[in-house]
Design a protein around this ligand. Structure first.
Ligand code: ADP
Ligand code: MG
Length: 271
């Protein structure tokens, strides 16, 4: 058993704790406000390494805000204030010594709408690599093949890597974006509703690659789709109005939720 479950005495909310050597992200008493209005409240949650953790909850509950906070994408929004801490592998991401560019290399992010750059498939995947370091073409090619294979796209594009990325289907574009993110070898991949703009077959491909990727890195998946969370995640966190309501192993949260609020949400009694 990876984790022990118990009731946190201070909040009466269920908590899932992982020993330091299994904990990738440690979020503690994290608050975030937009222009003084709280969007995340006293959030305490640990994300285990090499697992898929799903964040679920109604629209506006703070899922995207939390993913952006983990990647420090709020830095340029002057109206955002925050307190509490988020640590990646034991290091507070807000420490003055943290290199934000390096943080964003280590923590990749994929959004709902595929956003390939207006260039070839090859150049999309090479993009971050070229910024990161000078590599011999042979080394770069190897990484590109590895990233496209990990993103379950290699077989479909290998014969024409210099085709425009914009000529790919939506599902292929999203897998390309995942490959581009993987190419710089992140430790964590944050996926914000990555399949919600895709057809069912493309969605299943994304789900399968997510399951396969966890041997290589830690994944956090925001999804509206309860079945998707149940199919791909190991742990599920249910958020409501910026607060963590329930967190535990996915099978437990879905089959035997502790709280009525969670059950209402996952059974569709609440939007
Ligand atoms: N850039 C922003 N400026 C002001 N308020 C925002 C901004 N982004 C999100 N919010 C607010 O923060 C809350 C959480 O939003 P969000 O994180 O997008 O939720 P979710 O991803 O769960 O749908 C909502 O009330 C939303 O209106
Ligand atoms: Mg969102």
């Amino acid at each position: 058993m990876l984790a022990s479950r118990h009731v946190d005495q201070t909040t009466q909310a269920p908590a899932t704790h992982f020993p330091a050597d299994q904990c990738c992200l440690n979020i503690e008493q994290f608050n975030l406000a937009y222009a003084g209005k709280l969007a995340l409240q006293a959030l305490t949650l640990q994300v285990p390494r090499h697992r898929v953790t799903a964040f679920i909850g109604p629209s506006g509950c703070g899922k995207s805000t939390l993913l952006r906070a983990i990647n420090r994408l709020h830095d340029l929004n002057g109206s955002v204030t925050h307190s509490g801490s988020i640590s990646l592998e034991g290091h507070n991401i807000h420490d003055p010594g943290i290199n934000v560019t390096e943080l964003r290399r280590r923590v990749g992010m994929v959004f709902q709408t595929p956003n390939p750059f207006p260039m070839s498939i090859y150049d999309n995947v090479a993009f971050g690599l070229r910024l990161q370091k000078r590599l011999a073409k042979r080394q770069r090619d190897d990484i590109i093949e590895w990233a496209l294979t990990s993103a379950a796209l290699w077989d479909e594009v290998k014969d024409d890597l210099h085709r425009s990325a914009w000529r790919l289907s939506g599902g292929q574009q999203q897998r390309l974006v995942i490959a581009r993110t993987l190419a710089v070898q992140p430790d964590v991949l944050l996926l914000d509703e990555p399949a919600s703009a895709l057809d069912p077959i493309s969605t299943l491909k994304i789900e399968e690659l997510i399951r396969n990727l966890k041997s290589q890195l830690t994944l956090v998946l925001v999804t509206h789709n309860m079945q998707q969370a149940a199919r791909v995640s190991d742990y599920t966190a249910f958020l409501q109005e910026g607060e963590l309501v329930e967190y535990g192993p996915t099978d437990h949260v879905f089959t035997n939720p502790r709280l009525q609020r969670t059950e209402n949400y996952i059974t569709g009694r609440m939007a």
